[in-house]
Ligand binder design. Sequence first.
Ligand code: DUT
Ligand code: MG
Length: 149
Amino acid sequence: MKPIDVKILDPRMRDQLPSYATPGSAGLDLRACLEQPLIIEPGATHLIPTGLAIHVADPSYAAVILPRSGLGHKHGVVLGNLVGLIDSDYQGPLMVSAWNRSAVAYTLQPMERLAQLVVLPIAQVQFNIVDEFEQSNRGAGGFGSTGKA
Ligand SMILES: O=c1ccn([C@H]2C[C@H](O)[C@@H](COP(=O)(O)OP(=O)(O)OP(=O)(O)O)O2)c(=O)[nH]1
Ligand SMILES: [Mg+2]
């Protein structure tokens, strides 16, 4: 496993650092470090502290914040930015934008698992300007060009 520096900003996180729920898990659940329950009204978005800061440090990795499928599917609580991207040089508090896209208010409880963090390898690229690409099989075909069946 790759070690990543973490700062504990909320003491409640000290004994419940995110961990992989199963040996094959890709995501680390992030908790809502709230002082009291928060009612997220239909359509509302709140920025929720996770009580942690991470420093990925290595530019060949990044972290992304993704919704939890249960919360998103059953209650419509997903991310206001759809996906959160944590740059390898970011050292600030890890925040989750919680958006209630459903028609029913959702009460988020203090320390509830709200979203998940996934660390991914990243390739930084440099642009090489050309007039023509080397021809590929697909060419410019996209947006359903291969058909349905
Ligand atoms: O859900 C998120 C998304 C981002 N961030 C932090 C980490 C990330 O490295 C930084 C900047 O995010 P991003 O580049 O997506 O936002 P921006 O609007 O482009 O801000 P900036 O101008 O600071 O890059 O904010 C979070 O804590 N949670
Ligand atoms: Mg940015």
